[in-house]
Write a protein that binds this ligand. Sequence first.
Ligand SMILES: Nc1ncnc2c1ncn2[C@@H]1O[C@H](COP(=O)(O)OP(=O)(O)OP(=O)(O)O)[C@@H](O)[C@H]1O
Ligand SMILES: [Mg+2]
Length: 589
Amino acid sequence: MAKRNTFFQDEKIEKKIDLKQLMRTVKYVLPFKKTVIMVGLLLLISSVTSLIPPRLLKIIVDQVVVNEDYKQLVLLCGSMFFLAIVEITVSYIQTKKMGKVGFSIISKVRTDIFEHLQELSFDYYDSRPDGKIVVRVTEYINGLASFFSNYVLMFAVYIVKVVVVSVFMLSLSPLLTLVVFATVIPMIVCMSLLKRVLSKKWTDLRAKNSNRSAFLVESIMGEQIIKNYSRIEKNKSVYDEIHQKSVRSWWRIVVLSRLNSPITMGFWNVGTLAIYGVALALILGGSPGVTAGTVITFTSYMSSFRDPISQIATIIQELAQVSSNLEQVFDTIDYPVDIADRENAVELKDVKGKVDFENVTFEYDEGNTILENFNLHVEPGKTIALVGHTGAGKTTVINMLTRFYDVKSGSVKIEGIDVRDIKLHSLRDKVGVLMQDPFIFKGTIMDNIRYGKWDATDEECIESAKLIHADKFIERFPGGYQHMLDERGADLSAGERQLISFARIVLKNPAIIIMDEATSAIDTETEMIIKEALDELTRDKTTFIVAHRLSTVKNADQILCIGNKGIMESGNHEELIAKRGFYYQLSRT
Ligand SMILES: Nc1ncnc2c1ncn2[C@@H]1O[C@H](COP(=O)(O)OP(=O)(O)OP(=O)(O)O)[C@@H](O)[C@H]1O
Ligand SMILES: [Mg+2]
């Protein structure tokens, strides 16, 4: 089990982002290679077209003005205008195309992360707060979205521009070009160093923001208890403390990021002065080929060079943030799905209901064994009841059968097949669980019942509800079955939520049924009423019933008293009463 994390603890990412990880993003770009190649060509066109005008300017300064050739002037100005139109059009097309590619990539990452989260086992969810999972899918991906749709394209644009401008500058004056590089290279080195420091700060900020989200989500979910125990003021101060940590972390980033501009400007100003100095020395020294036109064109190229360079510096800085986001996103996408189909997993067919637990040992956290060498053999069609103190391990036994968790050693078998060798969908199809606090999804009552069987018709859903007498309370709602329920079924009573989950299981009609405190919130009278329907549902099916209310388990074929990491006593009601042991004591309280 992964180490448990909470809102006051920074999450540590094991796998740091490196170039290899970054290259993984290429996998996401590959499906769009045609568009990317096209955009690349457009980039080249727009970069070249933006660099021709300074050349034309050189001709105007050095030749047209000297020769007073107005015809050539009109021709050159017309060409410059045409080139400007071409550049604008090409830029528009490439931005539009790349924006679309960026969004498609992000939507694929978003789908991948969600699909992976659906497959991850309970262990993953147990070991971190919900809020920290939510921010990975929302906030971090949003950060990536803007990077992919804006910066990836621009990064390519700027790199191409830098290369093309360098070629143009070199063709004009290799010596002056060298001066430019002597300025730019140390500047890029400084920026990269700054990026490295910033990366760490961003990771810290991510962790702090994540803590805040975790606390926020927990506070929303626990709102009732917070109010009931007058924890509002205390919670405000906890929030403030967590929030301040995040603000301080953010402030450190702001201060460091502000260094970006002075560094680029500083290097650039020194570089420009050096260019003028060298150019002046060359002109005064009578160097051939360096004219006033050369200096004007060169400085014009220099400004075409400065923009992409300072943008590249900004992108390097953005990369600091993005790599920290990618770290979190890939950490989720790569998290191993430990409960998955084995290679040769089989479908469960013709389930009669034979269940065997063989020497099962299990622990949620290392060193804290909940079940030890647990053995149980159930014949088809029997009803098994599990009773025992709170925290004894009843739900844990059930969790092994449904493979919500995997045994540490030993095995659980259905029809003689190890549950780990059964395809998960088949196992979950054949084994139905009714929980104490069933989850109600936002949607109509009908939708919630249909969770039991996706392709069920409205009539089938209504029939299931009627069978367990849930129709009476459903029809009290203004829209009946079409009534829109609140999130988590907040507008239902606990018993009503349980009745909806009963309707779900009736619809699903699994071969093995597990009821874990499934009637605990239903009053005894209603329980008696639905008992008939339940008997009908569970007839000839292997059924596990976990209940504290002994009246619910009295008629079971076998009652297991769970405790001390295993079965303390077992037998039917009469046998256990006669034993005068744990069960007998339980029946007297
Ligand atoms: N997800 C989990 N992670 C770690 N420990 C757990 C987890 N779920 C249960 N436990 C621990 O395992 C033990 C057995 O829990 P289990 O839920 O099986 O008890 P139970 O018999 O069903 O109790 P109850 O009657 O209250 O439902 C408890 O001590 C509990 O603290
Ligand atoms: Mg339980």
